[in-house]
Write a protein that binds this ligand. Sequence first.
Ligand code: HEM
Length: 406
Amino acid sequence: ADTTTDTTTADELPTLPTDRRTGCPFDPPAELTALSDKPLRRMRYADGHIGWLVTGHATARAILADPRFSSRYELLHLPVPVEGVSGELPPAPVGDITGLDAPEHTRYRRLLTGKFTVRRMRQLSERVEQLTAECLDAMEQAGPTVDLVEAFAQPVPALMICELLGVPYADRERFQSQVATIFDQTADAEAKGEAYTALLQYLGELVLAKRAEPTDDLLSDLTTSDLTDEELAGIGGLLLAAGLDTTANMLGLGTFALLSNPDQLDALRADPALAEQTVEELLRYLSVADPLPRSALEDVEVEGQLIRAGETVTISVQATNRDPHKFPDPDRLDIHRRATGHLAFGHGAHQCLGQQLARVEMTVAFPALFARFPTLRLAVPPQEVPLRDRSNIYGVISLPVTWDKE
Ligand code: HEM
């Protein structure tokens, strides 16, 4: 049904602006900021659907916590076009819990939360320190000019998630490019499908190996639950993909942001105890995982407007994390602010399962990097740093850096 407002025709409605390159690479697109005067407004989707866009922080939180809004892929309209995808999306593949609602979601989620406690993640922090130091040693050897993404931002989270899950790091060649393809918005549906199948096949082999010979890791641990091999491979694939790409982009883009804000970097260097706060502020400021779509299961009134059953609502994480009602002077990177309450990890039933791990990794990695290389700087002009603006996870493709050798 055509549910456009009476004053605006469908053609005049905005689509989701995605190009962050215009202006500052860390800021939301100017077109998006221009739409932030209203927390909730109508938006035109890739397939012509007239749905909604949320830019207000409080509105986003309310919707993400409301079970009347579904995460099921088959109910969603895509906010931005994806090559080779038209019509209805297929339901979530087995084990991909991000595309499920309660009660299916709850069953998997309960099982997994037990493995991702704050305590367990803290225990991993000593390992993070070791692995980070090893990566920095290798980087120092390779330098003084390296691509920080390849030398540091990718290997640190990759080593950690491999260790946590019990995936051999030496197999990285086999899964790293598949994960990149899965998140790449410019890759067509067929290429994504192939990458996903290959990833699942790899995990499937690994699950069988863990069943036969359990080791001390999360995947082996999960084989003692009532999950099937297919479910285990799917969940393993999801964790591996989520663990590899997100934190890596935060480390790469976060380093770029700190190098571009030397006063903030100096403050962090002067007081490494600010690391946790810096990480929260970078999560808010950069919002790498964006946007989050949901579909209304029934008519819901929000902000005095009627969202009808079947309509898709897109939460712009970037816009909500720059909402001035929640974060004063939002476009300023300020590591002294308390950025808690940001939506970079989502909110509600699907809030990021790996957030404690990600926090531990970043809290260790950023100070270690800047302590090791006090003269670290970009090796190219900032406007030449290639950005991942066509991916579900924003970041830098590479970050050429250099330092003075002692
Ligand atoms: C969910 C962001 C790191 C595993 C999410 C969601 C966001 C997010 C926004 C919510 C999606 C939604 O509501 O639809 C991030 C960011 C990270 C990060 C910014 C790094 C800084 C990780 C890591 C892991 C992980 C390291 C794995 C170890 C997951 C999983 C879900 C999820 C399994 C799905 C949870 C569910 O649907 O119940 N993440 N994530 N994430 N994340 Fe993360």
